[in-house]
Design a protein around this ligand. Structure first.
Ligand code: HEC
Ligand code: HEC
Ligand code: HEC
Ligand code: HEC
Length: 201
């Protein structure tokens, strides 16, 4: 009995450690019926060791929706976001509400396996009501943004520079795709600390 509790505790600690763990989280789709009848692999839905569709990061999915997205815009933005690309488009290859989760390894999935309409993870093609992505992180004076050497809230190692992709804010600037905690954030957002890792507010 004691052993079971200790193992459970060890697993809990492991899951909450600084190392990202996919297993058991919302991105662990290994038990979905469309994934080898519920006995599938975890990584394969997103990565493959060989013959990947996109070189980095050995991406095993079609890049994302072909639809064009409605982008966030405002008069106070210093930089305009562009059509989502790279890592953000990879997220949207499931979160666009159009592409089946089972669209990987060169097969086109079925509508039944799209993240359900009305589910928070279904963004659709309207990104106008979402934090801008595929947008440059630049100049602290005008944007009132922190220096890129600023630490990410609650992280011992990450700085703003580490979470940017080619100098841009993408989905992965705020989320760790390989994590299990709710919202999979790269830093703690208690008291909006994550927001203030970038914004001087
Ligand atoms: C839901 C999709 C998804 C799953 C499942 C997934 N990954 Fe990833 N992975 C990504 C994305 C997107 C990136 C690039 C963005 C990033 O690094 O945040 C990435 C990047 C990586 C990288 C390079 C950057 C880094 O974080 O080290 C490695 C290595 C990696 N994944 C390994 C794995 C392994 C091993 C598994 C299975 C245990 C796995 N991934 C499961 C989506 C996924
Ligand atoms: C292989 C498909 C797939 C890919 C690729 C993918 N996701 Fe997800 N994601 C899901 C599914 C399925 C869920 C669960 C949806 C639900 O709870 O309704 C989810 C849930 C989430 C959640 C919510 C977690 C919570 O606790 O509620 C976040 C945040 C998230 N994903 C971010 C990302 C980001 C960022 C990327 C890209 C770096 C990404 N996802 C790529 C399939 C994917
Ligand atoms: C600037 C930071 C930031 C960026 C960029 C960002 N997110 Fe999030 N996201 C958050 C935070 C913070 C939450 C937690 C929910 C909240 O606080 O309202 C969240 C929540 C989510 C959820 C769960 C929704 C819910 O209401 O349960 C999903 C899914 C998600 N994000 C996916 C994405 C995807 C996909 C992208 C890129 C298209 C993205 N996020 C870009 C900060 C961000
Ligand atoms: C990784 C850095 C980063 C994080 C974390 C971040 N932001 Fe941002 N945010 C930006 C950048 C860059 C812009 C675009 C600034 C510009 O071009 O004027 C932006 C734009 C915005 C805007 C639009 C400003 C306008 O002028 O219309 C709002 C509002 C905003 N962020 C709120 C938040 C909130 C709330 C959070 C926390 C949930 C957050 N941000 C987290 C980098 C970040």
């Amino acid at each position: 009995m004691k052993k079971v509790i200790l193992v459970a505790l060890a697993l809990t600690l492991l899951a909450s450690s600084a190392f990202a763990v996919v297993s058991g989280g919302k991105h662990d789709l290994s038990t979905q019926l469309w994934n080898n009848a519920g006995a599938g692999e975890i990584c394969i839905v997103c990565h493959t060791p060989h013959n990947s569709l996109t070189d980095v990061p050995l991406w095993n999915r079609a890049a994302g929706a072909t639809a064009s997205f409605n982008l966030y815009s405002s008069t106070t933005l210093d930089n305009a976001p562009v059509q989502p690309s790279g890592y953000s488009l990879m997220c949207l290859s499931c979160h666009d509400g159009v592409t089946g989760l089972d669209s990987f390894a060169g097969t086109t999935g079925v509508t039944a396996n799209v993240i359900g309409a009305g589910t928070p993870g279904n963004f659709g093609t309207n990104l106008g009501n979402d934090h801008p992505i595929s947008i440059a992180y630049s100049g602290l004076a005008v944007d009132e943004l922190q220096l890129t050497s600023n630490a990410i809230s609650g992280s011992a190692t990450l700085t703003v520079a580490d979470v940017l992709v080619g100098g841009n804010v993408e989905c992965s600037s705020c989320h760790d795709v390989h994590a299990t905690p709710q919202y999979m954030l790269v830093g703690t957002n208690a008291g909006s600390a994550l927001c203030m890792s970038c914004h001087i507010k």
